[in-house]
Design a protein around this ligand. Structure first.
Ligand code: NI
Length: 178
């Protein structure tokens, strides 16, 4: 398994739409495994292929707690086929926007269809944190970040912070290589 580099915002890749996969073959299931390893190490509870620079409709999620067994969910071509009228607001973060958070309102329950790591179609419902996480990751596949739901004022504050963070990281990398 390989840990993949996570793309940080702002970056045009994160604004690009992903394309469906043909079939979950060994290449795609390997990508799912690598994405899970990357996500666990970060650590995070969800990761979209877009965030590792692969513009394919692939997402991995695991919302299990630290002291619980891992419960990875791997999805290709996920599609939300129903969402509840009832909405809920939750604080969201994102591995591509380190240390940034925002209160986002989304449907509380969803029904979705996807292809799993064994190339089998799955239809399931999700609610609570899992529903929020799935919707957040599916947004990535459309080139949408959680900050896109915030006011432009809040969004710009976060983007400015991230640009600063990137500059600091580049400098540290340069010092390391000296
Ligand atoms: Ni994210």
């Amino acid at each position: 398994m390989t840990v993949l580099p996570i793309i940080l915002a702002p970056d045009p890749i994160l604004k690009t739409k992903a394309v469906p996969v043909q079939t979950v073959d060994t290449k795609i299931s390997q990508l799912m495994k690598d994405m899970l390893e990357t996500m666990y190490l970060a650590p995070g509870i969800g990761l979209a292929a877009t965030q590792v620079g692969v513009l394919k409709r692939v997402v991995v999620i695991d919302i299990s707690k630290k002291d619980q067994l891992n419960e990875p969910i791997c999805m290709a071509n996920p599609e939300i086929i129903w969402s509840s009228e009832e909405k809920v607001t939750r604080e969201e973060g994102c591995l591509s926007l380190p240390e940034q958070y925002g209160e986002i309102m989304r449907p509380d329950r969803i029904k979705l269809r996807y292809i799993d790591e064994n190339n089998e179609e799955v239809v399931r419902e999700a609610s609570g944190l899992l529903a929020t996480c799935i919707q957040h990751e599916l947004d990535h596949l459309q080139g949408i970040l959680f900050i896109d739901y915030l006011s432009s004022l809040k969004r710009n504050i976060i983007l400015r912070r991230l640009k600063k963070l990137k500059k600091i990281n580049v400098k540290t990398e340069m010092n390391k290589s000296r």
